[in-house]
Design a protein around this ligand. Structure first.
Ligand SMILES: [Zn+2]
Length: 260
């Protein structure tokens, strides 16, 4: 009974280590994906900034073009004025004047549009600056999260190595048969151990045959649930007047091992 009880105790510890190791492996695998996800959010910020800058650039380009147009128009007017001074008739004079008026209207149109663009550009410039600040902030956030993930991964890996070392030690203490049974069951279900309580397997909830339940209580061999194949163990109920004098319970000193 003592050897089997010891094996069961070691199996419970082994299961605790294996469950924790699985959690750590899962976390180690999830961290790079999480980082990739927030880096993707960075792309969206970069695209927004690129878009804002492109709109601002096209605004500036149009303004430069208008400035150029105004210059061309002014040169044209000055040429027309020169020609007008040599006008022979009133008709010629009026024709030049009409032409000059027309070009002046063109200049006015250019200048109006230029003012419109200038007013728009203030908001566009502000947008680009906000996008730039948002990108910078997001980039800092990503860097911070990346550093956190790196730190977390290192800590997880360290803890995992410690767990595996402890596991190795337990494996040398446990009987080969008990270890074999545990590993067979654990391959199918991570919770390989189940408490037998009130005549039932507490994991699959199925009733245990009375004879088998007695055998589990006797603890003379490793017994598996006939339904879910989990390794059954029995923790005797602990009463105040029994504490310390009853049969040893798993987990030692009268405390019940929580298998949930
Ligand atoms: Zn079961």
């Amino acid at each position: 009974m003592k050897d089997v009880l010891r094996d069961l105790e070691l199996i419970v510890r082994l299961q605790g280590l294996d469950l924790r190791a699985a959690e750590l492996r899962k976390e180690i695998a999830a961290l790079p994906k999480e980082v990739a996800l927030i880096e993707k959010a960075l792309d969206a910020h970069q695209r927004k900034l690129n878009g804002d800058r492109a709109v601002l650039a096209s605004n500036q380009k149009e303004r430069r073009q208008l400035d150029g147009d105004v210059q061309v128009h002014q040169q044209k007017i000055s040429k027309l004025r020169d020609q007008m001074s040599g006008a022979k008739t009133n008709e010629q004079f009026r024709a030049f004047q009409n032409e000059i008026n027309f070009v002046e209207q063109q200049i006015k149109k250019c200048e109006d549009r230029s003012i419109e663009l200038m007013l728009e550009s203030e908001a566009l410039d502000q947008n680009a600056k906000l996008s730039e600040a948002a990108l910078k902030q997001q980039r800092e956030k990503v860097e911070h999260r990346k550093a956190e993930a790196r730190e977390r991964t290192l800590a997880d890996q360290k803890q995992l190595a410690e767990l595996l070392a402890e596991r190795k030690l337990i494996c040398t203490e446990i009987s080969a048969a008990a270890l074999g049974t545990y590993e067979r069951v654990a391959r199918k279900s991570p919770n390989a151990v189940s408490e037998a309580s009130n005549g039932r397997c507490t994991v699959c909830r199925l009733e245990i045959r009375p004879q088998l339940y007695q055998d589990v209580k006797k603890c003379e061999r490793i017994i598996q649930c006939e339904n879910c194949r989990r390794i059954l163990h029995y923790n005797p109920p602990v009463a105040f007047d029994q504490a310390g004098s009853g049969p040893p319970a798993l987990g030692g000193s009268g405390t019940r091992v929580d298998m949930t």
